[in-house]
Design a protein around this ligand. Structure first.
Ligand SMILES: [Zn+2]
Length: 235
């Protein structure tokens, strides 16, 4: 049940990341570096670890559909939530508030499922996915608090949102055992699709609000780290 532990650490990571802007002056520092690093880790975890494992589970002909479903269903959830939240005025994610938190909670749930699915296929894969989730949840928690505060919510309400969007990772890992084994491969490909979507479509543009070489090198450092960890642990 090591994957439950990884999921728990990811939840803690998200909450710690969210406490920073609530109780310290950390909201003033640039978090683009952290976000850039996390996006590199997420994307390369999907490409180097999750997809090869999914292919070896279900075959090269069958991994594309769950992958595409993961990518586009997260896109749909996110845009539906945003369109719903931003009706009249020009759309700004900072106005999303509570509605935007639904998407974040769903994403955390998928994180927990991904860790468990990876672990069951191969414990090293579970560790690598767990690491990717822990690393990206820290800036996600950070952003959650910042978004809630910018939307005009109190510190207590932001804390509640933080807990509600972080705990689903553990829930995802807990409910995973009800999945029949033949679904491990497709679930892995599906969650890889969600990782690529979040990394490339949410985190990368956020990291590059101001473009500089430090952000670029943080993204690349994150991208190189995942295959490196996979390689070291499989020696
Ligand atoms: Zn996540």
């Amino acid at each position: 049940m090591m994957y439950l532990f990884y999921a728990f650490i990811a939840t803690v990571s998200s909450i710690l990341g969210g406490l920073l802007p609530l109780y310290t002056r950390a909201k003033d520092i640039k978090h683009q570096y952290l976000i850039g690093f996390a996006s590199g880790v997420l994307i390369s975890t999907a490409l180097f670890e999750m997809l090869p494992e999914a292919v070896s589970e279900i075959g090269a002909e069958r991994f594309a559909l769950p992958l595409a479903l993961g990518f586009f269903s997260l896109y749909l959830v996110e845009k539906a939530v945003m369109i719903h939240a931003c009706t009249e005025t020009e759309c700004d994610i900072h106005n999303a508030g509570w509605v935007g938190m639904i998407g974040l909670g769903f994403e955390s749930l998928l994180d927990g499922i991904a860790i468990a699915a990876g672990y069951v296929v191969n414990p090293v894969l579970g560790l690598v996915i767990g690491f990717a989730v822990i690393v990206h949840e820290f800036p996600v928690g950070f952003s959650t608090s910042v978004i809630m505060r910018y939307s005009g919510y109190s510190v207590e309400q932001s804390l509640l949102a933080l807990v509600l969007t972080s705990v689903p990772t553990v829930i995802g890992a807990l409910i995973f055992p009800v999945f029949p084994p033949y679904l491990f491969g497709p679930v892995l490909a599906f969650t890889a699709g969600t990782f690529i979507y979040i990394g490339a479509s949410d985190l990368l543009p956020e990291a590059h609000r101001t473009v500089n070489w430090t952000v670029v090198s943080m993204v690349l450092a994150g991208a190189v780290l995942t295959p490196l960890i996979g390689w070291v642990f499989s020696l």
